[in-house]
Design a protein around this ligand. Structure first.
Ligand SMILES: CC(C)(COP(=O)(O)OP(=O)(O)OC[C@H]1O[C@@H](n2cnc3c(N)ncnc32)[C@H](O)[C@@H]1OP(=O)(O)O)[C@@H](O)C(=O)NCCC(=O)NCCS
Length: 189
């Protein structure tokens, strides 16, 4: 198994991360962005991460950044303080060797120590690797937005997933659904 150092991203990693993202901006649809990023344009995004609910981890192999996994605010407003959207991008040459699973698992492990309830993730279709990764990481499929976005003159559908995190919050909070479904298993696993 490849040696992989997983650690919080540093500002010095940003150029490598921009290169990785730009591959997917230019090629294909896994990100909806259409204009390539620059280090300067990506700096505010990078500065939004820290050691709280919104974290960015990188995988480093042989001194080279091979990918990142991160959690971001899902929607504005205090109602969504306990929800994050998670995502992951690997260098195209580093796919299909288990790096994605190791990096995402470490992010989810770290998020479990945060006051969070839910992680959600959208997967633009087709993307069999990301679908498999989210299922492997314990995400449940919520549903698919059909023709959800448009990129390169093509309609793109997106399947959304959710996963419970932050057990401290989950065990103490009452959800409207728990009340509605009292006596039956929660629909959120
Ligand atoms: C999605 C991604 C992070 C997965 O990471 P990875 O290191 O390639 O995946 P892993 O090797 O850890 O494998 C995870 C699962 O995906 C499956 N998988 C990986 N590549 C696959 C492919 N091309 N086709 C089908 N399944 C694939 C593996 O078999 C494994 O499934 P299993 O648990 O059922 O055995 C990586 O492929 C990637 O960066 N892709 C481009 C960016 C992207 O799509 N990001 C996600 C945006 S939602």
């Amino acid at each position: 198994m490849k040696h992989l150092l997983i650690r919080p991203a540093l500002a010095a990693d940003l150029p490598a991360l921009v290169d990785i993202f730009n591959h997917y901006v230019v090629h294909g649809h896994v990100t909806f962005a259409v204009v390539p990023h620059t280090v300067a344009s990506r700096r505010p995004w990078f500065d939004s991460f820290g050691d709280g609910p919104h974290q960015i981890l990188v995988g480093e192999s042989g001194g080279v950044v091979v990918g990142c996994a991160y959690s971001s605010r899902y929607r504005p407003g205090p109602a969504f303080d306990t929800t994050v959207e998670t995502s992951i991008y690997l260098h195209p040459n580093e796919r299909q060797s288990g790096v994605g699973s190791r990096l995402y698992a470490e992010l989810l492990k770290r998020l479990a120590a945060q006051p969070l309830h839910l992680a959600v993730a959208g997967v633009a279709l087709p993307n069999p690797a990301s679908l498999a990764l989210h299922r492997r990481m314990g995400f449940d499929e919520v549903g698919t937005f059909r023709e959800y976005a448009r990129k390169h003159d093509t309609w793109i559908s997106s399947t959304w997933f959710q996963r419970r995190v932050g057990l401290a919050v989950a065990s103490s909070a009452t959800s409207a659904e728990d009340t509605q479904y009292a006596g039956r298993p929660s629909p959120i696993s």
